[in-house]
Design a protein around this ligand. Structure first.
Ligand code: ATP
Ligand code: MG
Length: 411
């Protein structure tokens, strides 16, 4: 019995002439996801991809284990809508398809269900049409498998026959993460804090095919080593989906102290966020990104009123994407749980924003007032920003680990 995996990729099929390019990126991303599992071949199959098992995998049990591990990994590959472990038939005679489907059902399900057979006939030379194939195969399942009955309107199980270069049969589908393959959507730089929102924001943009880099503002010694490690851990978790993420850890203490000493405390938060944006834009330039991403969300805190975000945004020259802007907290938490960042995000390590905060931050700042309040910084602001960028530590975060890739300064 030959087995394999059929991949359904949804949205890519809508892409007209770009489709081949999208498929090629998806194939590359799948190869990366399956790395170390020996070479498996991936082939285009008219609107699907087919993954065949490596030749080194022989025997039923090994094949099942291989497929199980591959399916686990494929659930992290953006662009995949559904993952279907399939039986591949050597022959396409209708009696054989029917008999094999009955065997498949007996093997894969342990009790009776209502079912319906769906046939996709991509092989236009096949002598029967898809309705006829579905009817024949359905009849054989009814005959041979005890307890199964047809229900065309609300079946519990859909049994698929796909007539392509080969014949595929299957009745189980695993949900993929959807979206578009990473690498098809350009690059963006995420302001990644240790909170719940920004990892989710980064994940959402990566899901649209965007490759991420990240910036974290670290106020040593006011924020601890563990706070930094928590952020690197979050990047590591997101990288299961997005691929490796370079994370720039920016030494932010000098700037924060300067703001604290020289500027009106009511306006601290907004000024600090404006400095973050200026630095993030410099990192974006290094990384070839043409946008920033934040986890900002309307109304959660004083710095996130529309008036505050207007003032923050006013220093930016790049577009700033805020994918969770209008989500309820609970909705963000749901995604954080699904992608497994939640438990790390709620670890109780301090964030630089929460250390230098005013007792009564303005919630309705005026841009002119903020610009005025910033003036005492101007004497050496450019130098401070350059120092922060040049002294950044750069880490590369992979699913299993992260490692420092510069000794600061060099970047
Ligand atoms: P999060 O849950 O992402 O921390 P939050 O609700 O705590 O968000 P803020 O602390 O106001 O909100 O931060 C808003 C956004 O600013 C964050 O989502 C993140 O994109 C960015 N940000 C805040 N602090 C930092 C930091 N120390 N380093 C990098 N980015 C930061
Ligand atoms: Mg935060």
């Amino acid at each position: 019995m030959k087995k394999g995996i059929l991949i359904k990729y949804g949205e890519i099929v809508l892409k007209g002439i770009n489709r081949a390019q999208f498929e090629n990126v998806l194939i590359k991303d799948i190869h990366i996801a399956l790395r170390g599992m020996d070479e498996s071949a991936i082939r285009k199959e008219q609107g699907r991809l087919y993954i065949s098992l490596p030749e080194s995998v022989t025997g039923e049990r090994e094949a099942d284990e291989w497929i199980q591990e591959a399916c686990r990994r494929l659930q992290y590959v953006f662009g995949i809508l559904r993952i279907c472990p399939v039986d591949v038939l050597e022959e396409d005679a209708i009696e054989i398809i029917g008999r094999k489907m009955a065997e498949y059902v007996k093997r894969e399900f342990d009790q009776g269900h209502t079912f319906k057979v769906i046939c996709k006939r991509a092989n236009k030379h096949y002598p029967m049409n898809s309705m006829e194939v579905a009817a024949e195969v359905g009849a054989m399942v009814l005959d041979e498998v005890e307890g199964w009955t047809v229900n065309v309107h609300e079946p519990e199980v859909l049994l698929y026959v796909e007539l392509r270069n080969q014949v595929y049969i299957y009745g189980k589908e695993i949900a993929g993460p959807g979206g578009l393959p990473v690498g098809t959507g350009g690059k963006s730089t995420l302001l990644l804090s240790g909170g719940i929102d920004s990892p989710v924001a980064g994940w959402m943009m990566a899901r649209r095919g965007i490759r991420l880099s990240a910036v974290y503002f670290h106020a040593h010694p006011y924020t601890s080593e563990r706070a930094k490690e928590k952020v690197l851990d979050l990047a590591r978790i997101v990288s299961r989906y997005s691929g490796p993420i370079p994370v720039y850890v920016i030494p932010f203490t000098e700037i924060q102290l300067a703001i604290y000493e020289r500027c009106h405390h009511e306006k601290l938060t907004i000024i600090m966020r404006r400095m973050m944006m200026l630095i993030a834009e410099k990192i974006a330039a290094k990384e070839g990104s043409d946008s920033l991403i934040t986890g900002e969300n309307v109304g959660q805190v004083a710095s996130q009123t529309l008036a505050s975000m207007f003032c923050t945004n006013a220093v930016c020259t790049l577009p700033v994407y805020r994918p969770v802007i209008a989500f309820d907290k609970q909705e963000i938490v749901e995604i954080a749980r699904k992608i497994d960042t939640f438990e790390t995000s709620i670890l109780p390590y301090e964030d630089c924003c929460t250390i230098f905060v005013a007792k009564h931050p303005t919630t309705q700042p005026k841009l002119a007032d903020i610009v005025e309040a910033e003036k005492p910084l101007l004497v050496d602001m450019d130098e401070m920003i350059d120092r922060a960028v040049n002294d950044a530590e750069l880490y590369l975060c992979h699913p299993d680990s992260y490692k420092k890739v510069n000794n600061s300064a060099e970047a």
